[in-house]
Ligand binder design. Structure first.
Ligand code: ZN
Length: 87
C-alpha cells in the first residue's frame, strides 16, 4: 500500500512529462524517438500546449504522420477526402 505523500501532484507529473520540452528551458532538446539533439523553431511549438515544443523532431513527426496516414488508409478510413488539400 502506498504511504501518504508518495503520490505525485499533477504539477510534478506535468513537469516530469513536459519539463524537457518547455519552450524556454535551458539545455538541449532531445527527440523522444530518435534520441538526437534537435533545435526547435517557431513551427515546432506544440499547438495543443503552446508552452512546450513537440517531443519529436520534425523528421520523426513527418514519419509518424505518414505512418498514421498509411494506417488509416489500411483501415479504410476516407482519409484523403477528410484532409483533401488539392483544392
Ligand atoms: Zn527524431
Amino acid at each position: 500500500m502506498k504511504e501518504y505523500g508518495q503520490h505525485k501532484t499533477k504539477a510534478e507529473h506535468e513537469a516530469e512529462k513536459w519539463g524537457a520540452h518547455l519552450v524556454d528551458k535551458e539545455g538541449d532538446y532531445i527527440c523522444s524517438v530518435c534520441k538526437k539533439v534537435w533545435i526547435p523553431t517557431v513551427d515546432d511549438v506544440n499547438r495543443k500546449r503552446p508552452s512546450t515544443y513537440y517531443k519529436l523532431c520534425s523528421a520523426c513527426r513527418l514519419k509518424s504522420y505518414i505512418c498514421r496516414r498509411m494506417y488509416k488508409k489500411d483501415k479504410g478510413n476516407n482519409y484523403d477526402a477528410l484532409y483533401d488539400t488539392s483544392n
